[in-house]
Design a protein around this ligand. Structure first.
Ligand SMILES: *Cc1c(COP(=O)(O)O)cnc(C)c1O
Length: 402
């Protein structure tokens, strides 16, 4: 790692990221093309609604949705998606959120889809209505949620159904979207970490989702603070009205029709609940350029590079005794991972993780299963040199050489 890291200026040491696109250590490695574009974008001024309208068109082309929007991270996109489902095109409701008195404000979610990110849905003013059970954990074959449970929970207070997209979050999105369509409520899909594969850009829209949210700062490797919302034009218009700065005189307000539609009211909406989730012109341009670079790269080249990083680390750690090394390409990550199981090793996984973090440079590894004495290596944010450093560090640490 660069000895003259800019972070040292504030006495903060950079770390090697062997954990994947984790926000708390800075997410993904931004693409150089995106960084350069951001610098260029910063030198001029532009109408943000016009730029969002252009982004909308591009996102629509790429996803097959009617429209799109660049949000402040996927979590910001979820909050805007909820705000759109709650307020629709009603400027009064937009002005009142998160106060939802008098409007439907319930979002239906299966219990096993609940995550810390659904705070973003609640922040818009929604109340989440849980359905289903945790029966799958019993191993009887019973499912966590049955299709009828969505219909049963749907009332005149329902504003949306939310679905988190992971390999292990049944029911299939097609099933949920047909239920949502039958009930006449929009379906919001959180697909924040589901790129790559590139095919997922269109997959959830094809499957009938009304709004899909992706992170711009994970697999796309755009600016950390960006996300993509793709979906129905009327909902994207509501998002735009609740996110864009609205301090304009009515007679001078010229919202691009391709993004805002034709507002069904006179005058300008108030600053909406999404106004604190500002996206700057630099981030917006950075994301658009990053998406193009993401689409231009060869997915199999990238996959091969990840495998090579893991090969290098695996070759180093295979010789350590009392450690079981497994290669996984799994349900929880879009990349292959190396998992080290330490139950037979004298050190606990927690000790190893801590020692790696406290090295110079510090190394951050995956800790999702640390309680089961496992740590994981994700190659997504590593360079080849860093992969070699990680391999050496694991050997030294696990062999007790310091
Ligand atoms: C990462 C993630 C988010 C948040 O994405 P940001 O772009 O960091 O805001 C939301 N939901 C899921 C499932 C995620 O994995």
């Amino acid at each position: 790692m660069d000895a003259e890291s800019i972070y040292e200026r504030w006495d903060v040491s950079p770390v090697i990221n062997a954990a994947g696109t984790k926000t708390r250590i800075g997410g993904s490695r931004i693409r150089p093309e995106a960084l350069k574009a951001m610098e260029a974008a910063a030198t001029e001024f532009v109408s943000l609604p016009e730029l969002q309208a252009a982004a909308s068109q591009r996102i629509a082309e790429l996803t097959g949705a009617e429209a799109g929007y660049v949000s402040n991270g996927a979590a910001g996109g979820l909050m805007l998606a909820a705000a759109a489902c709650l307020a629709g095109d009603d400027p009064g409701a937009m002005a009142r959120l998160p106060d939802t008195e008098g409007i439907p404000d319930e979002i239906i979610m299966p219990r096993h889809h609940r995550t810390g990110y659904d705070h973003a849905l609640r922040a818009a003013g929604a109340t989440i209505v849980d359905i289903g059970t945790n029966d799958r954990a019993l191993g009887t074959g019973a499912q966590n949620v049955e299709p009828w449970e969505y219909s049963e929970a749907c009332t005149d207070q329902t504003a949306a159904i939310a679905h988190i997209q992971k390999d292990d979050t049944p029911p299939a999105i097609e099933t949920v979207s047909s239920i949502a369509a039958e009930l006449g409520v929009p379906l919001i899909v959180d697909a924040a970490a589901e790129l790559p594969p590139r095919a997922n850009l269109t997959r959830f829209i094809d499957a009938g989702a009304d709004l899909v949210v992706f992170s711009g700062g994970k697999g796309i490797r755009g600016p950390q603070t960006t996300g993509i919302v793709a979906g129905r034009a009327d909902l994207i218009s509501s998002i735009a009205m609740q996110n864009q700065d609205m301090h304009a005189a009515g007679e001078l307000w010229e919202p691009p029709e391709s993004l805002f539609g034709r507002p069904p009211f006179d005058g300008v909406p108030r600053q909406g609940i999404g106004r604190p989730l500002k996206v700057g012109k630099e981030e917006l341009v950075g994301l658009l350029v990053a998406i193009d670079a993401y689409l231009a790269e060869d997915e199999s080249d990238r996959a091969r590079e990840w495998e090579e990083h893991l090969d290098r680390i695996q070759a180093a750690v295979d010789a350590i005794s009392d450690v079981t090394v497994r290669r996984r390409s799994g349900a929880k990550s879009v990349t292959p991972e190396l998992q080290l199981e330490l139950s037979a090793h004298p050190m606990t996984a927690t000790t190893v993780v801590t020692e790696l973090r406290h090295r110079d440079p510090g190394i951050v590894v995956g800790t999702d299963d640390v309680g089961a004495e496992k740590l994981s290596i994700n190659p997504m944010c590593l360079t080849a040199d860093e992969a070699a450093t990680v391999g050496q560090a694991l050997v030294q640490c696990l062999n007790g050489e310091h």
